[in-house]
Write a protein that binds this ligand. Structure first.
Ligand SMILES: Nc1nc2c(c(=O)[nH]1)N[C@H]1C(S)=C(S)[C@@H](COP(=O)(O)O)O[C@H]1N2
Ligand SMILES: [Mo]
Length: 207
């Protein structure tokens, strides 16, 4: 019988020495590994209506877009596996995410050359900002599935952002758009004290 759930998050210190290809430790400083998947939401889990849903991209772009749920789902999808690091110190390894790579969106909207920041928007009005260079990366996805299952409503389903290399608060749940900007604009947690950048390996937790 597996009683590990009675004793809190499972810690596996033997994995602590693993290194990433770039030489950084796989587990960022002062994180612990959990096998469970905690829910962290500032707001109540919202309803989703596929008839009224619109995925919008606007701001410093040549071609703003507004896609219906069907049109969004028609874009090419990929699956990638990534670790997830929350600023509250838990990390969850090996999450398989399936969804649209953000470069599909970048190619459609053609950001202006002065684009330096992106804000991700949720239909709950949650927002989070990040440098364009962190957004336009190999592992940043608009995700619909986690480990082969549709993402549950509490975890941001049916559609959320995934930015594995920054703390979890950059991975906006209930995603409905991106705003491209020449200047920075701190988001929901960023104006409440979470670090504006949020690099787990620099321990950019609070500011
Ligand atoms: N809309 C929205 N997105 C959000 C949050 C939130 O409160 N609201 N919390 C963030 C934080 S702090 C983390 S760690 C992850 C948690 O995702 P999970 O609840 O699926 O574990 O979602 C991020 N995205
Ligand atoms: Mo978090």
């Amino acid at each position: 019988m597996d009683l590990s759930h009675l004793f809190g998050p499972k810690k596996t210190p033997q994995q602590k020495d693993e290194l990433l290809p770039d030489g950084k430790p796989r587990l960022p400083p002062n994180q612990y590994i959990t096998k469970s998947w905690p829910v962290l939401s500032a707001e109540a889990t919202p309803k989703f209506n596929e008839n009224t849903y619109r995925f919008k991209v606007w701001g410093a772009v040549e071609q703003p877009i507004e896609l219906s749920w069907r049109e969004l789902l028609a874009l090419p999808q990929v699956t990638l596996t990534a670790d997830f690091h929350c600023v509250t110190m838990w990390s969850r390894y090996n999450n398989a995410w399936t969804g649209i790579h953000v470069r599909e969106i970048i190619n459609l909207v053609k950001p202006h050359s002065d684009t330096q920041f992106v804000t991700a928007h949720s239909w709950t009005n949650y927002t989070t900002n990040m440098p364009y260079s962190d957004f336009n990366d190999d592992d940043v996805l608009i995700a619909f599935q986690h480990d082969g299952e549709p993402i549950s409503p509490d975890h941001g389903g049916p559609v959320r952002l995934i930015v594995p290399k920054l703390y979890g608060y950059k991975s906006a749940k209930w995603l409905d758009g991106f705003e491209f900007m020449p200047q920075d604009n701190p988001g929901f947690w960023e104006i409440r004290g979470y670090h504006n950048h949020g690099d787990p390996w620099q321990e950019e937790r609070y500011w």
